[in-house]
Design a protein around this ligand. Structure first.
Ligand code: M6R
Length: 353
């Protein structure tokens, strides 16, 4: 039930801090340590490479998950769009494990891959929000997102849950002491809360940057690039503004030709090692007339940034940086009079190939 909320999407964005905290509790062992089921853990450890299969927002969360497995646990990962993988299978490693990331657990494109890889004799883990869903029942192992039902077509809290669970899985498999993940997830939950508490600020951002525009670009580097793609998908999906997410350094290889006077460019600046590079990319587009909306993280902010979000652990920046992009999409859809929860031409789960 959406209660007093005008839209499910707003309610679901509001729930995000609680979702991160709930997941942390669900994945705690008796001693309060973050861990996962031993069978799943062993299956991951036995693999020489993980193949993550997903679509849409779940694909974008998977790109972050790859960073976690590679950087925290040292396991190589490939991430594939399910509708492509099924018909154009890459050369597989000797001992692959397939991980299906799906909010609904019903995405037909992903199921088709699951059927195929099972025929080939490979094992599958599904990470889903829906217990008993098709992808969960048909996979060998399941981990749950514990995000609670997501009703709005635009996925918000499920993305937050996917990123959180993927961090926990990589951390548990690594058995590392290098990072106090529980504490850092708590800090990330607080950061999300702070952004949500100031959500009305994004109405002004929308009025300034997106009121009449035909198109908008999101740029970022490192993990901000992946969040840029997610921000662009959300904006397209519910406000029908043509939007794309780009790697900051890639613009000058073609896309910069699209920049005109007043073109909104939303830049994410949360990755310390490339913050000067992305600032440089912003200068490049500004020199061509772009109107930059800069979303930076405390510690990397500069005077004139549009929004400064609280600092979180470098690995967890997507949990914080995605939230402004969700709120921008929400208010852009509202401003333009779109049906926020049920955008045209879309269904909550895509059960056809
Ligand atoms: O249920 P799934 O996670 O498998 O769904 C995948 C996509 O269809 C989904 O994430 C879609 O892109 C969302 N509507 C985006 O907000």
């Amino acid at each position: 039930e959406k209660g007093t909320y005008p839209h499910y999407m707003l309610k679901e964005m509001d729930e995000q801090p609680a979702v991160v905290r709930r997941i942390t509790q669900k994945y705690e062992d008796a001693c309060g340590e973050l861990t996962i089921d031993a069978t799943v853990m062993n299956a991951i450890k036995a693999a020489d490479r993980l193949y993550i299969i997903a679509a849409g927002t779940s694909y974008h969360a998977s790109l972050i998950g790859k960073q976690y497995f590679e950087k925290i646990a040292g396991i190589p990962v490939e991430v594939h769009i399910s509708s492509e993988f099924g018909y154009n299978m890459p050369l597989l490693s000797k001992n692959p494990l397939f991980i299906f990331i799906s909010q609904s657990g019903e995405t037909a494109d992903s199921r088709q891959v699951l059927v195929k890889i099972k025929e080939l004799g490979y094992k599958a883990l599904t990470i889903t929000n829906v217990q008993g869903s098709t992808l969960s029942r048909e996979a060998h192992y399941t981990l749950l997102l514990h995000a609670g039902p997501e009703i709005a077509v635009a996925s918000t809290k499920a993305y937050i849950a996917q990123v959180t669970v993927l961090a926990i899985v990589a951390y548990a498999v690594a058995g590392t002491q290098d990072i106090d993940l529980k504490k850092e997830l708590g800090i990330a939950a607080n950061a999300i809360q702070t952004i949500i508490d100031h959500k009305e600020d994004f109405q002004k951002v929308v009025e300034d940057f997106l009121a009449t525009t035909r198109n908008a670009f999101f740029i970022g580097r490192g993990m901000d690039y992946f969040v840029s793609m997610e921000g662009a998908l959300k904006l397209k999906e519910i406000s029908y503004i043509q939007a794309e997410g780009f790697a900051g350094g890639e613009l000058k290889h073609g896309t910069i030709a699209l920049i005109e006077d007043g073109t909104p460019v939303i830049a994410l600046v949360t990755q310390k090692e490339v913050s000067l590079n992305i600032r440089g990319n912003v200068k490049e587009v500004v020199a061509r007339g772009a109107y930059p909306c800069i979303i930076s993280m405390e510690g990397m902010e500069e005077a004139g940034d549009t929004v400064v979000i609280p600092q979180v652990h470098p690995l967890l920046t997507p949990l914080a940086s995605v939230v402004p992009t969700q709120l921008i999409s929400y208010y852009a859809a509202l401003y333009r009079g779109c049906d926020v929860d049920k955008p045209r031409n879309l269904a909550k789960s895509v059960t056809v190939e």
